[in-house]
Design a protein around this ligand. Structure first.
Ligand code: UDX
Ligand code: ADP
Length: 461
């Protein structure tokens, strides 16, 4: 046997928002391991090998460059790399099903199942398979049944290691995680496999932050963490509607309740709504699972978190229409930001998609500006490209418009020259701040009619 240059061979299947950053950080922190990322998408693999990564994530290129070519490799040769790997992380996409049983709710596991079958076909020795993508509870059991279906003497141990990184802060979240969770079967081989994964993270994460559990708790914890986070946003957003009726200020309320250490101050920022690839999908998963076990009250409880989010997006557009004299037909409206949050180009489930479509339904002309998300926005709005415009420069985007609506909390929007912007707009000029980031009093002084979320509006008309 040739001497192995690396002490572990780690493979990751799926080079997306989860797989790419996670493996880059593992490789950067652990030069003794060989880390390979494979994907069916050859373009994406090419981009990971270039200076322009396929995703925008602050600090990621530096981390990738630290390890790329040393112990971090990108490839489209999936089967060959499966054969060589000791540990296989799976982070292929698991979108919400759009067809058949469970459509609109349950996870579409076709990419997962294909991956399981590929592993089964290509593996010639024992492997640890690590679930990284968000999955419905008990997916590990399906995975085990597929991979252990051949009587070829090869043992596959399936372990759950959900990812808790948030986009825009992925590198920091991975380098200093609140916790790392690793779940396995409580068998001897299960515990051994779990320890192997603990050993990887122990290279840089303090041991007390690496927690272990049974595999089902681990799978469920991922869904529950996201459901709780989303629930906080829906809770404060529901209160924002009440604030607008009562002259209370939602930021003051959030601050006052957040000082209670039992409540805590994070994730209480009222907004036009939450987006992203995880929150809605994971809650829908939770709802589907609860329903499938006959727990209708549990399902209804969580479904309401999504209902409030839809309500918040709709309410935002309804407000725009009503204050702009009940008609926006023919009016130009600039959307500041399209990404689902700042510091990412990702637009999955972005509130801006719903808002744009509703404005276009009302025959408004929508001008979209965003420092990173315009390419994804063009894909999201493919069917209505003739009714929208894209303009990277916010000053140009606002030129000749009747209203600006802030969709993403990009820092740059806080410090624009709003006097200059106001001068180029139609009058009366409106600002709808869907993220409460702009200097509202200043804008009002300039002449804008200002409509924040959950705060008293300031209007000259
Ligand atoms: C989330 C979880 O935070 C992360 O742990 C998990 O691994 C994946 O899902 P992400 O979707 O990347 O991460 O971003 P997050 O920062 O959670 O924001 C989600 C959405 O909520 C964004 O649209 C954001 O703008 C919105 N949000 C967040 C609010 O509207 N108000 C808040 O107070 C916080
Ligand atoms: P996430 O946000 O969960 O990381 P992404 O969509 O960003 O999701 O990434 C998932 C990646 O998985 C995509 O790049 C996709 O091409 C890849 N993928 C899907 N199915 C397979 C498969 N069978 N083999 C390899 N890669 C796959």
């Amino acid at each position: 046997m040739p001497e192995r240059k690396f002490s572990k061979q780690i493979l990751c299947i799926g080079a997306g928002y989860v797989g790419g950053p996670t493996m880059a950080v593992i490789a950067a922190k652990c030069p003794q391991y060989k880390v390979t990322i494979v994907d069916i998408n050859a373009d994406k693999i090419g981009q990971w090998q270039s200076e322009k990564l396929p995703i925008y994530e602050p600090g990621l290129l530096e981390v990738v460059k630290q390890a790329r070519g040393r112990n971090l490799f990108f490839s489209t040769e999936i089967e060959k790399n499966i054969e060589e790997a000791d540990i296989i992380f799976v982070s292929v996409n698991t979108p919400t099903k759009t067809f058949g049983e469970g459509a609109g709710k349950s996870a579409d596991l076709q990419y997962w199942e294909k991956t399981a079958r590929t592993i089964l076909r290509a593996a010639k020795s024992d492997k640890i398979i690590v679930e990284k993508s968000t999955l419905p509870v008990r997916t590990a059991s399906a995975m085990e049944r597929i991979v252990n279906s051949k009587e070829n003497g090869i043992h596959f141990e399936v372990v759950s290691n959900p990812e808790f990184l948030a986009e825009g802060t992925a590198v920091a979240d991975l380098e200093k995680p609140d916790r790392v969770l690793i779940g396995s079967r409580e068998t001897e081989s299960g515990r051994r496999a779990r320890q192997e994964i603990v050993d990887i993270y122990a290279n840089w994460v303090p041991r007390e932050r690496i927690i272990t559990s049974n595999i089902w708790s681990s799978e469920l914890s991922k869904l529950v963490a996201n459901a709780f986070l989303a629930q906080r946003i829906s809770s404060i957003n529901s209160i924002s509607a009440l604030c607008e009726k009562t002259e209370a200020d939602v930021s003051e309320v959030a601050y006052a309740i957040g000082m209670d250490s039992r409540i805590g101050s994070k994730f209480l920022q009222a907004s036009v709504g939450f987006g992203g690839s995880c929150f809605k999908k994971d809650i829908l998963n939770l709802v589907y699972i609860a329903e499938s076990y006959g727990l209708q009250e549990v399902a209804d409880y969580w479904q309401n978190v999504i209902k409030i989010n839809d309500y918040q997006e709709n309410r935002f557009v309804r407000k725009m229409i009503s204050v702009m004299f009940n008609t926006i037909a023919g009016k130009r409206i600039a959307l500041f930001g399209f990404a689902f949050k700042a510091d990412t180009g990702d637009t999955r489930e972005a509130p801006a998609i719903t808002v744009t479509r509703k404005l276009v339904d009302e025959r408004a002309r929508v001008i979209i500006t965003d420092p990173q998300a315009i390419p994804n926005a063009k894909k999201d709005l493919q069917d209505i490209l003739d009714q929208v415009e894209f303009e990277p420069d916010p000053y140009q985007a606002a030129q000749g418009t009747h209203a600006i609506a802030v969709m993403t909390e990009w820092k740059l929007y806080k410090t624009l020259d709003y006097r200059k912007i106001y001068a180029g707009m139609e009058k009366p000029a409106f600002v709808f701040d869907g993220r409460n980031i702009l200097p509202h009093d200043e804008l009002y002084q300039i002449g804008f009619n200002v409509y924040p979320i959950g705060k008293p509006s300031q209007s000259h008309i």
